[in-house]
Ligand binder design. Sequence first.
Ligand code: SAH
Length: 264
Amino acid sequence: MTVHPSGKTGAVTLVGGGPGAPGLLTVAGANALLEADVVLYDRLGPTAHLTTLAPNALLIDVGKLPGNHAVSQCDIEDLIVSHALTGSRVVRLKGGDPYVFGRGSEEVLACHARGIPVSVVSGVTSAISVPAAAGIPLTHRGLSHAFTVISGHAPLTERELEGLVLLGSTIVVLMGVGTLPTLTQGLLRHGMASDLPVAIIERGFSDTQRTTIATLATVLGAAAQASVSSPAVLVVGDVVRLAFTGDESAEDLISQAAQFQATS
Ligand code: SAH
């Protein structure tokens, strides 16, 4: 237990901030921010309203260093621990859910190692909410009764690709823009249908949210043409047919993509 000379006990709360929409921050998350002395945040999550959400806190952007370099994970953990050791109530605000590719568990372990009380407030993950913002449910009776969330950070192994194709679930990819070519080629190589719909939803819940719809065979060309960039969530599966994209229905876009595929 860490006690400050003032008698205050330091503690850390990892808060899942959701995908960026202020309404998708949980009540528990908002309460932790309200009581925080220090908030460490980065670029994803509801960062636009932090001064209102955490009115008494020192706000530290760990997505940037003075020289514009990202703070290393090790330095983030040191910052969390050192502020807690001074007796501060520290909130580590993460995008989405802290335990979905957020390195939240590493930060929890760092607190345990120093005997600092730590708790986790789950958040609304972008894996589910960003597709929903584009009208895409991850499950739908008769279309998909499972979904698999994968990180595109490193390419999948052949066995993992094979397993995904065999399972036939909806596939959701985070951090997948850079590895889109290896993923699509891998899935096709293992026999996934080339006309399976794919959606790429960029910057979910922002003013510039955009959905690109294609098929497994056409998505690389579509992504290049649209200059798709991170952050984006990819969805592979028949549920993409349920998307609504404004003027055109997803079904029209998918059949256009399939025709393009057939003639090229
Ligand atoms: N813990 C987070 C994920 C962290 S990994 C969560 O549960 O959502 C970061 C990746 O999340 C990004 O590369 C992107 O794939 C996805 N992401 C997070 N917020 C997003 C948003 N608002 N729009 C699109 N993608 C988002």
